[in-house]
Design a protein around this ligand. Structure first.
Ligand code: SF4
Ligand code: SF4
Ligand code: SF4
Ligand code: FES
Length: 948
């Protein structure tokens, strides 16, 4: 493997379709209007020296190294800030320019430590390279004058260091923070010679607004801002492009390696989901891959009360296979099943459902999407005919009105949030529908036009009220509805939403959102130009999750906001491969491509290939498996990459189900909470150790590439293959690409996708097949996948989870930027420095009423259970609502969530739990079990503080 390098064109590409012809150093060049001379010169192979320019950010023109001469113009303009013009004649290499550049460089170097040989970026430093390019051999001024060489380093950030002695004040970091990340954490403090880059008000990076995305580090042309891993280990020798294993944005990275050691993750500029940007998790939080907690040897035990016994892989497979066969022989074919995860690759998920269908002979397979986005599959499939988001991320660049419902993109989907913020800074309008004042409601340079802070559980009522305004105020896009939808269905729906009970005034009483705000938001969405809706788990994880997705689809249909760039309905997927897990047939009622198991033709495709007869009855969903286990009819389960004890609702019931089984196989990186109930533990591999594909929230299939050998010995897909073989199920693949080939052969939307295609295109969005050989960035152009768009009446049915005297507050949950899901990975990285423990957000009124002060221990009790955590008193939540994250097992907030679930898909109602809050003396008895984990986090933080 060699080092993947990307060209820096100096300035961003122009989007103009008009071409300009000019001459550079005697060569004619044709470039889009608006291109800089610097970028145009690259077209004829001329690299003009530069320091303050880079193509991820707009040109600034401060370093004066990129000077050129232009025939007929006085002076020597900067080529980065000067756009091309027709007929322009440019010279980049005259004697005068050489002298000027050398003089500029001399000044920089006179205030720079000459420690190149021991510098972390030696050989990979733009200052060093350009000094060589301009032919600098001597510094006439000496090094003894005033300089910054003794300026103090800032080592506060756990992942990168800031050494002001090496700063050339090129402003690239500041502009990256503003333009790429949109956080505005950096500024220049002081003037003239005293100018220094400052985080916040000359604060340490860790204490400033910095969110540690690393865009500034990537932009820095010197060793001023540099990854600590590069300082500690050295520079990379080889790299491969892969896909982030955290959230559903699916950022592309270059994994830069030295031998088998990962040096750093560098966001890939050609990555179509992230265009060279990242967040703190993807760029920095990969240390879990080598964490000492990783289990690397298979283990078995007869009873869960026995200690684990390390065994060979062969023994583990033989034991697991024997147990599953014994159990099926004794308790019947349907007594076993499997759960796959959105953390698995497409290939791994495909194999698991194959093992269940072809090997176990039933359809008892489910995925963790059950507990997050299953209502999306149902709702969007029903309304449009495809269970997926309608747009690519780039589409947001053309949105005029953005509506965010039940999502918190700056924490959950940070790279897409940066993109969205950029569009908002350009003038797009923003509507936020969320019980909590998420960052996007008000942050530097972004302010929501309308925030609808609804009571948890009232999404459907508020969406119907928005539709009421659109229909009753004559804002319907009638031409679109007549052409693209069933007119009769529309009329019935319009009549329904027009009823007075759906008016904003009536809905204000249940939702708490002022009627006037609902009216204004509806008018803006319907009349403000391209309207795009993005939503998250605040929509789906409700007893009316599927109804809410349908209500969102209705809004897009009635306003004609579908089928072109800038509009659409887009679920923001929580985990990296939620979309892929659903696509791959991991639901108990669906084969790949969302074809129902009762579909004879679809079943026949697999039956022919696999040489078996498939069950045409849907299998058990996760909650049904657990219910059946408690009832004694479901006896064994194979769980890959999912910690259901921590992530699924009503923990006590999950535990009871697992405890009732005779064989639980857990395949994971760490001994997770579910493994407490396991009989077989199969150590899993990280995304760095295997090949495959992930599908992100925009249906984009991207490569996962193996950059190091699996520390456990096998990639996860190989483990499933070997387990299947031990059970006598034929599975033979030489590499993961062959699994994808089988997926393509059986799944119409994937027919054109292969490793070769992904190597060539980088990534593609399904459907990718004969009709769309290059994939499909925007769905439903001209016609819906199902033909006509479907309006569905969405009656608001209040959840059965009610507040009352005993449980008067509503608990809702969410995630935070630095952590991922149940925290198994991120808690084993320095990310704990930002979030050592889950906190309970409570409004000052509710806190005062209960005598709770900021930082106090509080007990959260619901009818399902209770837990204890520290309070964070804040008006980000409305009175009557409390909020927490679910990243730490020491909190295990799902102890308090209930068994209520979405009526259509059984997706749990995580977002609404009636609770009481009271002061407490500290953790409960069961929470004490997690003391060691909490101490581990503390040790990491102490190490970081000591380094500082
Ligand atoms: S790490 Fe990101 S947020 Fe922090 S200063 Fe750099 S660019 Fe800004
Ligand atoms: S820290 Fe780096 S990018 Fe920022 S001004 Fe200094 S040299 Fe330029
Ligand atoms: S966690 Fe999400 S936003 Fe962050 S780098 Fe990974 S894919 Fe991108
Ligand atoms: S690169 Fe053009 S002025 Fe710095």
């Amino acid at each position: 493997m060699s080092l993947v390098t990307e060209i820096d064109f100096g300035t961003p590409a122009s989007k103009s379709e008009k071409t300009v012809a000019l001459t550079i150093d005697g060569m004619e060049v044709h470039v889009p209007e608006g291109t800089s001379i610097m970028r145009a010169a690259m077209g004829v192979g001329t690299k003009i020296p530069k320091l303050c320019a880079t193509d991820m950010i707009e040109a600034f023109g401060s370093c004066r190294l990129c000077l050129v001469e232009i025939k007929g113009r006085a002076g020597t303009p900067a080529s980065c800030t000067t756009p091309v013009a027709p007929g322009m004649v440019v010279h980049t290499q005259t004697e005068r320019l050489k002298a000027l550049r050398k003089g500029v460089m001399e000044l920089y170097i006179s205030d720079h430590p000459l420690d190149c040989l021991t510098c972390a970026v030696n050989g990979n430093c733009e200052l060093q390279t350009e000094a060589g390019n301009v032919g600098l051999r001597d510094v006439r001024y000496g090094y003894a004058g005033s300089n910054h060489l003794a300026d103090k380093k800032d080592e506060s950030n756990p992942y990168f260091s800031y050494d002001p002695a090496k700063c050339i004040v090129c402003n690239r970091c500041i502009r990256a923070c503003e333009e790429v990340q949109g956080t505005f954490a950096l500024t220049i403090d002081g003037r003239g010679f005293g100018s220094r880059v400052s985080a916040g008000q000359m604060e340490p990076f860790l204490e400033s607004e910095c969110v540690s995305c690393g865009a500034c580090v990537q932009a820095c042309p010197t060793a001023t801002l540099v990854e600590k891993s590069v300082i500690d280990i050295g520079q990379a020798e080889h790299s491969a492009v892969t896909t982030c294993a955290y959230c559903g944005v699916g950022c592309s990275f270059k994994a830069e390696m030295r031998g088998e050691e990962l040096i750093r993750m560098v966001p890939y500029k050609d990555g179509k989901a992230n265009h060279g940007h990242s967040c703190v998790k993807g760029r920095f939080a990969w240390g879990y891959a080598t964490h000492r907690d990783r289990i690397l040897k298979p283990m078995v035990r007869a009873k869960v009360s026995d200690p684990w016994r390390e065994v060979s892989w062969d023994e583990a497979f033989a034991h697991a296979a024997f147990e599953f066969k014994r159990i099926q022989a004794k308790h019947g074919r349907n007594s076993v099943g499997a759960i796959t995860s959105s953390r698995c690759t497409n290939e791994e998920t495909y194999l698991i459902q194959k093992l269940v269908r072809a090997g176990f002979g039933n359809n008892n397979v489910d995925t963790c999407a059950r507990v997050c986005h299953s209502p999306t599959g149902y709702g969007l499939g029903t309304a449009f005919g495809t269970s997926a988001g309608t747009q690519d991320f780039d589409s947001v660049d053309e949105s005029d009105v953005i509506m965010i419902i039940g999502a918190n993109p700056t924490d959950g989907h940070p790279v897409f949030a940066s993109r969205m913020k950029k569009r908002l800074r350009e003038g797009a309008k923003l509507i936020v529908v969320d019980p909590r004042r998420i960052d996007l409601v008000r942050m530097p340079h972004v302010k929501a036009d309308y925030h609808l802070p609804l009571q948890p559980g009232t999404n459907v009522a508020v969406l119907s009220a928005l539709a009421h305004v659109i229909v009753t105020e004559g804002l319907v896009n009638e031409a679109f509805v007549r052409e693209r939808c069933d007119w009769e269905e529309f009329q019935e729906w319009a009549e329904f939403v027009s009823e007075p009970r759906n008016s904003p005034e009536a809905v204000e009483k249940v939702s708490g959102v002022p009627a006037g705000t609902i009216r204004k938001a509806a008018r803006l969405y319907a009349t403000g130009g391209n309207g795009a809706i993005y939503y998250g788990l605040g929509v789906t994880e409700h007893s009316q999750g599927s109804t809410t997705v349908l209500a969102i689809a209705n809004l897009a249909l009635v306003t004609g906001n579908l089928g072109r760039k800038g509009v659409g309905v887009n679920p923001l997927r929580g985990q990296n491969n939620v979309q892929g897990a659903c696509d791959m047939g991991s639901f108990p009622h669906e084969l790949t491509d969302y074809r129902h198991v009762s579909n004879d033709a679809a079943r026949a495709t697999f039956e022919k290939l696999w040489g078996v007869t498939l069950d045409k009855e849907p299998g058990l969903r996760i909650p049904n498996m657990l219910d059946a286990a408690v009832e004694g009819t479901f006896k064994a389960i194979y769980i890959e990459g999912e910690d259901i004890l921590q992530s699924d609702p009503d923990t006590h019931h999950v535990a009871a189900g697992l405890a009732a089984m005779e064989c639980v196989i857990v395949q994971d990186l760490f001994l997770n909470e579910t493994a407490n109930y396991a009989h077989v533990f199969l150590p899993g591999s990280t995304f760095l150790e295997k090949d495959g594909t992930f599908t992100n929230a925009e249906r984009r299939v991207g490569r996962v590439r193996k950059v190091m050998s699996p520390k456990n010995g096998f990639a996860d897909w190989e483990i499933t293959v070997k387990l299947a073989q031990a059970m006598g199920v034929p599975m033979n693949y030489a590499h993961a690409g062959e699994i994808l080939d089988e997926i393509a052969a059986t799944t119409p939307s994937f027919a054109g996708i292969s490793f070769a295609k992904l190597d060539e295109a980088g990534s593609v969005q399904w459907p990718c097949n004969e009709k769309a050989p290059e994939g499909t960035p925007v769905m439903h152009i001209g016609t819906f996948a199902r033909g006509k768009g479907k309006f569905v009446i969405t009656e608001y049915v209040p959840t059965d989870e009610k507040t009352g005297a005993r449980y008067p507050l509503l608990l809702t949950t969410g995630r935070i930027l630095s952590h991922y899901n149940v925290g198994a990975q991120t808690r084993r990285t320095a990310n704990v420095v930002w979030h050592e423990a889950d906190r309970l957000e409570i409004h000052p009124h509710d806190a005062e009423y209960r005598g709770v002060r900021d930082g106090d221990w509080v007990k959260v009790a619901s009818r399902a259970g209770e837990t204890t955590l520290r309070a964070l008193v804040t008006d980000r939540v409305a009175p009557g609502v409390v909020y927490t994250t679910f990243h730490h097992p020491s909190t295990q907030v799902n102890v308090v969530t209930t068994e209520f679930a979405d009526w259509a898909t059984s997706c749990p109602e995580y977002k609404v739990t009636a609770v009481q809050i009271s002061r407490s003396n500290g953790p409960t008895e069961w929470q004490e079990r997690y003391r060691e984990q909490a101490e581990q986090s503390r040790r990491i933080i102490e190490t970081i503080e000591a380094a500082e």
